[in-house]
Design a protein around this ligand. Structure first.
Ligand SMILES: Cc1cc2nc3c(=O)[nH]c(=O)nc-3n(C[C@H](O)[C@H](O)[C@H](O)COP(=O)(O)OP(=O)(O)OC[C@H]3O[C@@H](n4cnc5c(N)ncnc54)[C@H](O)[C@@H]3O)c2cc1C
Length: 170
């Protein structure tokens, strides 16, 4: 992040932060949303085909209608909706940047951050069979031989949507 003075810095780029960011932009304030993950990181982590239990009217922010065919949006609907709010109000983002410290300095606050550890991309995942296929037929603990490296930083043996790393927001 740059060494600039902002009216408002929001830690996170989830629905709450996006609502704050949109309102700040509407009021003409300088604002930046800083998240250690991608936009709407928490929602991106939901099970792929999850449907919200909250109805769309209660999830709406920034006065933008949340139009979906079903009353209860899917994970993908929500990611697209919140990305649209960010685009509509041109909310500035600093993604994959972790806030380490917020320090008061006189009348201002200094925010210390660093680039967050990269996530594994589909290309860098460990090849081989899915871990559950290495489960012995008699039961017991998988040997892990089919997913060596899964404990390395940035690697996972779980099947996840590539949206976290592809740069697309849905
Ligand atoms: C399976 C599942 C289903 C859900 N269904 C619903 C539902 O139907 N309705 C509902 O209202 N809610 C639901 N929730 C909860 C929902 O995820 C939250 O309501 C919503 O994400 C809250 O938004 P938020 O912006 O407050 O927080 P978050 O979305 O959690 O955003 C916080 C952000 O802060 C970032 N962050 C934290 N610390 C730092 C740091 N030090 N530096 C930089 N970034 C940081 C995180 O990466 C994160 O992106 C569900 C949750 C789960 C897991």
């Amino acid at each position: 992040m740059n060494d600039e003075i902002l009216d408002l810095l929001v830690v996170g780029a989830g629905p709450t932060a996006i609502a704050i960011g949109a309102e700040a932009r509407q009021k003409g304030l300088s604002v930046l949303l800083v998240d250690r993950g991608p936009l709407t990181a928490a929602i991106q982590e939901y099970p792929t085909f999850l449907q919200f239990f909250t109805t769309r009217d209660r999830l709406e922010i920034a006065g933008i209608p949340f139009a979906t065919p079903d009353d209860k949006p899917t994970r993908r609907d929500a990611m697209a909706y919140y990305a649209a709010v960010v685009a509509r109000y041109q909310v500035p983002l600093a993604l994959h940047e972790e806030v380490l410290e917020v320090r008061k300095e006189g009348e201002t606050f200094r925010v210390v951050s660093r680039p967050a550890a990269p996530h594994a991309s589909a290309e860098t995942r460990v090849p081989g069979r899915a871990p559950w296929l290495s489960q012995p037929a008699t039961g017991g603990t998988p040997t892990g031989s089919a997913c060596r490296g899964r404990t390395s930083p940035g690697c996972t043996s779980a099947t996840r949507s590539p949206t976290r790393t592809s740069g697309r927001t849905w």
